[in-house]
Design a protein around this ligand. Structure first.
Ligand code: NAD
Length: 509
């Protein structure tokens, strides 16, 4: 089924106001107020509002779909699976490549939608579109490379094979912080394997998911193979429950908070479905005193900490610095944070956008107040923005003298607050780093190769960045351990999450 988009609005790179960006998008045909079920646009008399987190302006009214709509999406996905599983990896690769091309062709519009509904600066939104599209191209490469094994059974008269087959219909629940990449990282792997998907995007950012599904249809992804079911915040729990217990859904892939991940796992017990849970992090960022350049280490920490205003699951949450370079590091990071410009994502010269909503701001304020009460020194920031540019803006904040008793140590802040902890030796810092329940990303800065190996192997985390604050890459496995969940996305491992192994034994040979 081909969906033709209306004529594209020519976008140039001139900075737009949010209002201009919104009116351009409304004309472009990619900003759609509908769900996508079985290849058709689905509307509803009941809608929910999507806000620009910077201005609080209403961007769109999206249908608040219900369980009957979800049921149709699952049924459509099941029908589509019966066909998709018979296609070759080469055919699915061609589909994914075409989708990738369309994403890149429409990258400016997609970035605009992301900035409108998520708030991140437009330059970061463009980066997200490129990152999101990279999963389409990566899994296009993986689709024809699903290999099995020829086995040697213990019975001399038998021969056996292990083949890999798609698991079937996959339910996907995604968060708001990467409205494009969290969708493609799952859907591309699923489609490459031959699985079909029912996606429930976050209520704050459904518009990017809908736009991506429209482009997928235009790229030739069959009707029903990718459904998007927007629901309001209040409807998330019942949709999550149905996706967990419905036996037609053979796998659930979730990215979001640990609390919701645990609930989905409990609910899924009745249908024993395969699960991937990409949950919250609490990344340690460890800086040893042998780093060749303290300024470079502080710059890497700043990128890891403050990207997307601290709202990524791999953001540095606890920055540990060895005592002899502590003061210099603190000074460098403070200087960097002082140079940031907070503002509305389309404005010129902006480095950091708003937080997603009032709830996020309240958590940041609680963490900063707690740190100050427990003796932390706020060196920069520590408040909402001085000039009133909107309710969701918070100053990038650096706090020295952080301790393990503070909330910024035990909880994921998910905001622009850098707490800096002092440590003396390797054993102590590894113990502290591992003392939390989360186990997603971690970082080590050191030029001592032996130390890097020792520490990287001892960290109870799914990912370790060494001498870099940026680790996300379609070619590298992404995922956690402990309370950060399980399953890997991207890389050669990502497709296995959507495949099951079948043994075929031949007797009497
Ligand atoms: P959240 O768990 O509240 O929401 C995530 C998704 O779950 C949304 O679509 C939401 O509507 C849905 N949801 C909420 N309650 C539900 C329920 N009862 N049943 C089913 N679905 C439900 O998470 P959030 O706070 O919005 O997102 C931030 C969290 O996500 C952070 O903890 C962050 O670390 C994590 N995250 C993890 C990764 C990763 O890859 N590990 C990536 C991005 C974000």
């Amino acid at each position: 089924r081909t969906v033709t988009l209306q004529t594209r609005v020519p976008f140039n790179r001139r900075m737009l106001s949010s209002a201009e960006a919104l009116s351009n998008m409304k004309r472009s045909g990619l900003l759609k107020e509908c769900g996508i079920i079985n290849g058709e646009e689905r509307t509803s008399a009941t809608t929910f509002e999507v806000f620009n987190p910077a201005s609080q302006a209403i961007i769109a009214r999206v249908p608040d779909l219900n369980l009957a709509d979800l049921d149709e999406a699952i049924a459509g996905s099941e029908t589509a699976f019966a066909q998709l599983r018979r296609t070759t990896g080469f055919e699915r690769a061609a589909m994914l490549q075409k989708w990738n091309e369309l994403m890149l062709k429409h990258s400016e519009e997609l970035a605009t939608i992301i900035t409108l509904e998520n708030g991140k600066p437009i330059a970061e939104a463009r980066g997200e579109v490129a990152y999101a599209a990279s999963f389409l191209s990566w899994f296009a490469g993986e689709a024809p490379r699903v290999y099995g094994d020829v086995l040697a059974p213990s019975n001399a008269l038998n021969r056996a094979l292990a083949i890999k087959q798609p698991v079937g219909v996959v339910g996907m629940i995604t968060p708001w912080n990467f409205p494009a990449a969290m969708i493609t990282r799952k859907v591309a792997a699923a489609l490459a394997a031959g699985c079909t998907s029912v996606v429930k995007p976050d209520a704050s950012t459904p518009l990017t998911a809908i736009a991506l599904a429209k482009l997928a249809l235009e790229a030739g992804v069959p009707s029903g193979a990718l459904n998007v079911v927007p629901v309001s915040r209040d409807g998330a729990a019942e949709v999550g429950k149905k996706l967990s217990i419905d036996r037609r859904v053979r796998k659930l892939s979730f990215t979001g908070s640990t609390a919701v991940g645990k609930l989905l796992m409990q609910q899924s017990a009745s249908s024993l479905k395969k699960l991937s849970l990409e949950l919250g992090g609490n990344a340690p960022f460890i800086v040893f005193d042998d780093v060749p350049d303290v300024a470079a280490a502080a710059a890497a920490a700043a990128v890891s900490k403050f990207r997307s205003s601290g709202q990524t699951c791999v953001c540095a949450n606890r920055i540990f610095v060895q005592s002899s370079i502590y003061d210099e590091f603190v000074e460098r990071l403070t200087d960097i944070a002082q140079g940031f410009t907070v503002g509305e994502g389309f404005a010129e010269g902006i480095t950091h956008g708003p937080l997603i909503d009032e709830r996020a701001l309240a958590k940041v304020e609680r963490h900063v107040a707690d740190a100050a009460a427990l003796g932390g020194e706020i060196l920069v920031g520590g408040t909402r923005t001085a000039i009133d540019i909107g309710p969701n803006f918070y100053q990038p904040t650096v706090i020295s003298g952080a301790t393990s008793a503070m909330a910024i140590a035990g909880e994921e802040t998910f905001g622009p607050v850098a707490g800096i902890f002092k440590f003396e030796d390797e054993d102590e810092v590894v113990r502290e780093a591992n003392s939390v329940d989360a186990g997603l990303a971690s970082y080590v800065m050191s030029r001592d190769v032996s130390r890097v190996f020792r520490v990287a192997e001892r960290l109870d985390f799914g990912m370790v960045g060494v001498n870099t604050g940026l680790i996300s890459d379609c070619a590298v496995p992404f995922g956690g351990v402990k309370d950060s969940g399980f399953g890997r996305e991207g890389s050669k491992f990502g497709i296995d999450e959507y495949l099951s192994v079948k043994a075929i034994t031949f007797g009497g040979v």
